[in-house]
Write a protein that binds this ligand. Sequence first.
Ligand code: NAD
Length: 275
Amino acid sequence: GWLEGYAALITGGGSGIGRAVAERFLAEGASVTVLGRDRSRLEEVVDSAADRSRIHTVTGDVRDSDTLHTAVQETVDRFGKLDTLVANAGVWDYQRQLTRLTADELDTAFDEVFSVNVKGYLLAAEAAWRELVKTRGSIVMTLSNASFYVNGGGPLYTASKHACLGLMRELAYELAPKVRVNGVACGGMNTDLRGPRSLSLADRSIAASFARRGPDTPPPPIPLHDSSTDPRDFTGPYVLLASRAQSGPVTGHAINADGGIGVRGFAHAAGGDHL
Ligand code: NAD
């Protein structure tokens, strides 16, 4: 495997792309700590692993720095080091546009979306950088089409994912030359992505939104694929960026694995024609 002997920590690895990356890293020879907030899901990931000696789980919230420090420490205790941090746990905003948000909703949902999506990445990087310096390791952040383009979310999600792009670039500068920091800007994937509790969207899953699409629903404007794509199809760039041998000189870079959203051209010029 490409990651033989690596030790990785993946946040939000109980489902979706985080779980797919955990399974891919295991298959590539790495040992993996999976952090998530739902213990039963983490147990499922362990149960499905072929070699349980190379997987460890930590239950907790990425908004809590102590949890992240514990996850880093337990990774080092268990696997001897940390080579790769995959900062990944996040929530979507179900494309709730500004014109459909009250001031009160904005106030609370901003704090929730930014604290999970942005502060969660920053706190994970803070907890991990000392160990990553020791191994000349790297950070791979799950970014999004919404890190580059509009309408992959509402203002909260789009701003949060643009912020993650800035965070990736800033940390690539601050941690060079010892630690590389890159991102994978995923496009629509069939995962269990949830919304903010503060907008009563915590129990809604993006998978249900995809499932509701009928045979007559036009496909989403993604050149290469339907948005119901299996997250396992998106794991290759994570392996590439984690591997020193494959991407040693690459830092501060995002690989757009979004089915070509950036080359789709114009669909509708304005989103507010109905206002
Ligand atoms: P997912 O919900 O299946 O995975 C996210 C995981 O993070 C879940 O297991 C969830 O329980 C966990 N999590 C959420 N908040 C947490 C918290 N505060 N503390 C600890 N764990 C928490 O969804 P996913 O689509 O795999 O999302 C992973 C990343 O991919 C997110 O950053 C998301 O923004 C990004 N992304 C998703 C899509 C998509 O279409 N699904 C597209 C682009 C980017």
